[in-house]
Write a protein that binds this ligand. Structure first.
Ligand code: FAD
Length: 380
């Protein structure tokens, strides 16, 4: 079996074919190849992740554990991953806030902020040298199981006739890298301010201790207007929105924006195929959980296949239904949580505004509830 070489493959027999070399597809291919399954990874036309991506992901403990087991976590450059020790969330009334700390949760970190491009590069490097794993640009691969990880607009899903209605939020997430003269101290900040949600995530790039990844969810028109502003005016708008809480913020990268939607495939498996990652579900990034959900899919699929009866092939429908059952509740819950939070904070009704801000204050005084919420976010 060729080990991790890229080639224009002739038709070949594989146990599993993974379509899509995003973070989820790469992780799935690595996890399944580690079990000794013969895996093909369809990389599409552009195999190497070369585009600059200004995003950073907030990864939970479960995702970090998966990446560590794939020998990818320790391969990341030290400044491409930063621990979040504290989190401060503000509502849209003075004093309405919620604080979490790793120390009070008894964990090493609440989350890790990871450079998107570095993560994909490390995953790709691991895939190139993995045993039992063949990277291919072929569009058709003969395999017992087709794992479809080709993203939100999955053409494979459409070909199968599986619908994933997307409910647009009429919002875009504007992302960029920032620098502050103040040290970030491992503190992530988020403002829920109708109609926008602003997040400053500590990241040791571009400068150790002073970098942030920005994720600013805004109505479409406002996002486009902010993208079009000259850098100095954009920085002024950003510093106005953050109120100087993280020091004076300067742009350290280009800006880019992504349209935001909520969606769940009507079914995630059929005979010989399964959907994972954004091909199966998309959520609003306000809770930073989209990739965490996709990596949760990878873990569940790998565990189901590892535990299969010896006479079942990887594409056996019974197995795939086990996978689907395991993922149904967490995916539904995360969609409802992110959507619920967004609707709650988008409402202009005075009563709801009052309730949500009082709610934040109340939650802040309830350590057991906070522990429960944080534990859910760490393992989603
Ligand atoms: C602004 C923003 C911030 C976010 N922040 C977070 C966060 O903090 N934490 C978090 O967990 N999630 C976050 N997310 C969500 C996260 O980005 C996605 O959930 C994640 O990237 C999905 O990965 P994926 O591999 O499923 O899909 P993708 O990253 O879309 O990868 C799909 C891959 O399939 C390839 N492909 C497509 N068609 C084919 C084909 N026919 N053949 C072969 N390959 C094909 C594509 O080229 C691509 O490489 C954020 C999203 C946004 C927009």
């Amino acid at each position: 079996m060729p080990g991790g070489r890229l080639y224009n493959a002739p038709m070949a027999e594989f146990d599993v074919c993974v379509r899509g070399a995003g973070a989820v597809g790469l992780s799935a291919a690595l996890a399944l190849a580690r079990q000794g399954l013969r895996v093909a990874l369809q990389t599409g036309a552009a195999p190497a992740p070369s585009r600059p991506d200004v995003r950073a992901y907030a990864l939970n403990a479960a995702s970090v554990a998966l990446l560590a087991s794939l020998k990818v976590w320790d391969a990341l450059p030290a400044d491409a991953r930063t621990a979040v020790h504290d989190m401060h969330i503000e509502g849209d009334a003075l004093g309405a806030s919620l604080d979490f700390s790793a120390w009070s949760q008894g964990v090493e970190a609440l989350a890790w902020i990871v450079d998107t491009a570095e993560l994909e590069t490390a995953l790709f490097a691991a895939a190139r040298f993995a045993a039992h794993l063949t990277l291919t640009t072929a569009t058709e691969v003969d395999a017992s199981l087709q794992v479809l990880a080709d993203g939100k607009a999955s053409a494979a899903r459409t070909q199968l006739g599986v619908r994933m209605p997307l409910q647009s939020y009429g919002q875009q997430a504007l992302a960029a890298r920032l620098l502050s003269e103040h040290a970030h101290g491992g503190l992530a900040r988020q403002w829920f301010r109708s109609p926008d949600v602003l997040a400053l995530l500590p990241l040791d790039r571009p400068q150790a201790g002073h970098g942030y990844a920005l994720v600013w969810s805004l109505p479409d028109e406002r996002a486009q207007a902010l993208l079009a502003l000259p850098p100095a005016q954009f920085e002024a708008a950003l510093n106005d929105a953050s109120g100087g809480a993280a020091g004076t913020l300067r742009l350290a990268s280009e800006r880019a924006a992504w349209p935001l939607a909520l969606g769940r495939a009507e079914t995630v498996c059929g005979p010989g195929w399964v959907l994972i990652g954004d091909a199966a579900h998309v959520v609003h990034p306000l809770a930073g959980q989209g990739l965490n959900l996709g990596l949760g899919d990878v873990t569940a699929l790998a565990e189901v296949l590892a535990a299969r009866e010896s006479w079942r092939s990887p594409g056996d429908m019974r197995l795939l239904q086990r996978y689907a059952r395991r993922r149904a509740a967490p995916v539904l819950a995360m969609g409802q949580l992110t959507d619920g939070l967004l609707q709650l904070f988008a409402s202009q009704q005075p009563l709801l505004k009052e309730l949500r801000n009082r709610g934040l204050g109340l939650l802040n005084q309830m350590p057991p509830v906070k522990r429960f919420l944080a534990a859910r976010a760490l393992d989603a």
